[in-house]
Design a protein around this ligand. Structure first.
Ligand code: SF4
Ligand code: SF4
Ligand code: SF4
Length: 186
C-alpha cells in the first residue's frame, strides 16, 4: 500500500472541523465567488517547490500530469532519472522523484511510457523542471479538484512567486497544456 495514501476528503473535513479550520475558512464563504475553484496556470509556473509545502492538506492537492502528445517517450527521461545517472533501471536510487511516483513502462525500442501515480505525487515539481529544461516539457502541475477543499484563500496561491494561481470556473477546472484533457492520457 502506498505510504502517500490518497486523501479522503471526508476524513480531512472531519479533522479540520475538529481543529476549527473549516470554521475559519468556510465562514467567509459568502465572500468567495460562487462556482469557482482554484487552479494554477502551468505556463506561469517556475517550479519553485512551494506547491508541495504550502497546501493546507497533509499531502498537497497539486499533482503532476504528463501531456502524452508532447512526451517523447524517451529512454533517457530527465524527468525520471537522477542527473548523471548511468543506470536506467527502475531502482529508487536512480529516480529523480523523491516519492517514486513516476512509473516507467517499456513500450518498444527505444520508447518508454511515464505515468504519474498521483497517490504518491506530492507536487514538488522536480520532474516538471527537469523535463522543461532538458526534455519536451510534457510534465506539468495541476490542482486535483477531487482532493482540493477549495479554500477561501488558497495558501499556495499566496506563496506562489510567479502569480500562477487564479480562481477559474468550476465547469472548467483544469488548465491543460494543449487545452485538451485527452492528451494527458496514454
Ligand atoms: S508555487 Fe507557483 S511557481 Fe511554485 S511550483 Fe507552485 S505554481 Fe509553480
Ligand atoms: S517529482 Fe515531484 S511532482 Fe514529479 S511525480 Fe514526483 S512528487 Fe510528483
Ligand atoms: S485551495 Fe487549499 S486545498 Fe486547494 S490547493 Fe490551495 S491550499 Fe491546497
Amino acid at each position: 500500500m502506498s505510504e502517500l495514501k490518497k486523501i479522503d476528503r471526508r476524513d480531512f473535513m472531519r479533522g479540520a472541523a475538529a481543529a476549527g479550520f473549516v470554521g475559519a475558512t468556510w465562514a467567509a464563504s459568502g465572500e468567495k465567488t460562487e462556482g469557482t475553484v482554484w487552479q494554477l496556470d502551468p505556463s506561469k509556473c517556475t517550479q519553485c517547490g512551494r506547491c508541495a509545502t504550502h497546501c493546507v492538506l497533509p499531502t498537497s492537492a497539486v499533482k503532476c500530469l504528463n501531456q502524452f502528445n508532447i512526451c517523447g517517450y524517451c529512454d533517457l527521461c530527465f524527468g525520471y532519472l537522477q542527473p548523471g545517472s548511468r543506470n536506467r533501471d527502475t531502482g529508487a536510487e536512480n529516480q529523480l522523484c523523491p516519492t517514486a511516483a513516476i512509473k516507467r513502462t517499456y513500450i518498444e525500442a527505444p520508447y518508454y511510457e511515464y505515468l504519474i501515480d498521483e497517490d504518491r505525487c506530492i507536487g514538488c515539481a522536480k520532474c516538471v523542471n527537469a523535463c522543461m529544461v532538458f526534455g519536451n516539457a510534457s510534465f506539468y502541475l495541476q490542482i486535483r479538484q477531487d482532493i482540493c477543499i477549495n479554500c477561501n484563500e488558497c495558501s499556495i496561491a499566496k506563496a506562489c512567486p510567479s502569480d500562477s494561481f487564479s480562481e477559474v470556473p468550476a465547469s472548467k477546472p483544469y488548465i491543460y497544456l494543449t487545452g485538451d484533457e485527452s492528451t494527458t492520457k496514454p
